[in-house]
Write a new protein. Structure first.
Ligand SMILES: Cc1cc2nc3c(=O)[nH]c(=O)nc-3n(C[C@H](O)[C@H](O)[C@H](O)COP(=O)(O)OP(=O)(O)OC[C@H]3O[C@@H](n4cnc5c(N)ncnc54)[C@H](O)[C@@H]3O)c2cc1C
Length: 430
């Protein structure tokens, strides 16, 4: 049988976008039984849960048009409603431009720290890590009350271990005006990269399913190679070998290297040094509407076992049965939760935040794990990825996507990575 010259690993958004842009002449192999990768929606007892919040921020006009064509009449356009909960009060997001409402001593510490940081900015060296980035741009108070504890909970490692490379796009840097206006409650300007988003009415899986149904070739599900002979350009599956001229892989980069047959030691070493934290979170079904009308809330304090709580049914009413609600609760600990201990702590936190009134409001809470959640941009990150990518390129392998390219990126990026990979695969000589 003649095989397509381009083989694709993974039917997440990256792999499916690559197949779409290739328009045929390719085959897709997906390890799991359904498309979507991280962009899926699970259903339990009439409630719908994504793999935590998956909102679409679309800036590329072609990608936006494409997504709208895939989901005609199904996308809700939503203005972000996000808050921070700390020291017993809600303040607006981002914390650094909204200190109004915080205890006055905290607000004072944040403002003074910010002003002092500005004053010494010209004499402060370029930050070598994310902690230094926070101290340089936000000052001591904002760093101590929000940036450091929140990011430690989110990434699962101290910001000192993270290089500042990733943050310029994702961390909103406030202007002096914003900080002052936000301190006196005058900030009516939403900051940050995710002010507006699109969301499919019945969850993000709608996008993955529509994209899959539109592909020129159907993915082969539950079909992952057990090894890759990169020298001969052959994928070894349990049911036979598949040769390729070019391979586009959206499998996590460290796992891809594990599949290669005897790669050079420096490539194995580089792959072994890549770090990525898993994530445990809870799907929480409520018997009644949530007590807050927000989309999600950031929770920086260490006394709460979670760092963010979001409400799917506030994105779209179709996510929960009428009169009920569903939440995601993202946990700070990377260990498998002991629900007997954890659930009472989570329940107490949700009651304190006014999201539920009593433990009986929770219909059920299911713990879930994402193996690869946050790639750690540590200090050896760039060099390691460069070594692996150079080697793969010599062998006709394009490793791309959030985990294939080993980065912190969005669903729109995944669709763009797929488009770029298709163009590169076409250009590369076998
Ligand atoms: C907690 C969390 C929250 C997020 N929130 C948002 C958000 O609000 N907005 C946003 O835009 N983005 C968000 N993202 C990012 C978004 O999920 C990803 O950018 C996007 O889904 C990545 O798509 P991908 O195809 O690159 O990777 P994946 O979704 O990981 O897809 C890779 C696919 O490859 C398959 N695979 C793996 N190994 C093999 C193999 N050996 N052979 C065959 N198949 C294989 C996997 O099963 C999977 O289906 C979030 C991510 C996380 C973790």
């Amino acid at each position: 049988m003649t095989r397509a010259p381009i083989q694709i690993l993974g039917a997440g958004l990256t792999g499916m976008s690559a197949a779409h842009h290739l328009g045929g002449d390719c085959e897709i192999h997906e390890r799991l039984a359904a498309p979507g990768g991280h962009a899926i929606t699970l259903q339990e007892r009439g409630y719908r849960f994504d793999r935590t919040g998956h909102l679409l921020h679309l800036r590329d006009p072609d990608i936006r048009r494409w997504v709208e064509q895939l989901l005609p009449g199904r996308l809700i356009e939503v203005q972000r409603r996000s808050m921070v909960f700390s020291q017993g009060v809600y303040t607006r997001y981002p914390y650094q431009a909204n200190t109004y409402g915080l205890p006055p001593t905290t607000a004072h510490e944040c403002l003074m720290g910010f002003l002092q940081a500005r004053e010494r900015a010209a004499r402060t060296p370029e930050p070598a890590d994310f902690e230094q980035f926070c101290l340089k741009h936000f000052g001591d108070g904002f760093s101590r009350h929000f940036m450091i504890p929140y990011n430690q909970k989110l990434w699962g490692v101290h910001p000192r271990e993270i290089s500042p490379d990733w943050c310029s796009r994702f961390v909103p840097l406030p202007q002096l005006d914003d900080v002052i206006a936000g301190a006196v409650g005058l900030n009516d300007r939403e900051l940050g990269y995710n002010r507006n988003f699109l969301y499919p009415r019945s969850g993000i899986a709608e996008l993955s399913e529509a994209l899959c149904a539109s592909l020129p070739v159907a993915p082969r599900f539950e079909h992952a190679p057990r090894a890759i002979d990169h020298g001969r350009r052959v994928l070894h599956f349990d049911d036979g070998d598949v040769p390729y001229q070019r391979l586009i892989s959206s499998a996590p980069l460290d796992r891809l290297v594990d599949l290669l047959q005897a790669p050079p030691a420096e490539v194995s070493r580089a792959a072994a040094s890549l770090r990525c934290t898993p994530l445990w979170y809870l799907d929480v079904a409520l018997e009644r509407p949530s007590g807050i009308d927000m989309h999600w809330v950031y929770v920086p304090e260490a006394r709460f076992p979670f760092y963010r709580v979001g409400c799917y049914s506030n994105f779209s009413a179709e996510m929960a049965p009428p009169g009920k609600a569903c939440l995601y609760v993202e946990l700070a600990s990377r260990q498998q939760p002991d629900m007997d201990t954890l659930l009472p702590q989570v329940t107490a936190g949700l009651i304190e935040m006014g999201i539920i009134e009593a433990p009986g409001d929770i219909a059920f809470a299911t713990p879930r794990r994402i193996d690869h959640a946050y790639v750690i941009y540590d200090h050896s990150y760039q060099a390691s990825v460069a070594i692996i990518e150079a080697f793969l390129e010599q062998h006709g392998i394009i490793s791309t996507g959030r985990y294939g390219g080993w980065n912190y990126s969005s669903m729109e990026d995944a669709l763009i990575f797929g488009r770029q990979a298709a163009a590169r695969a076409r250009e590369q000589k076998p």
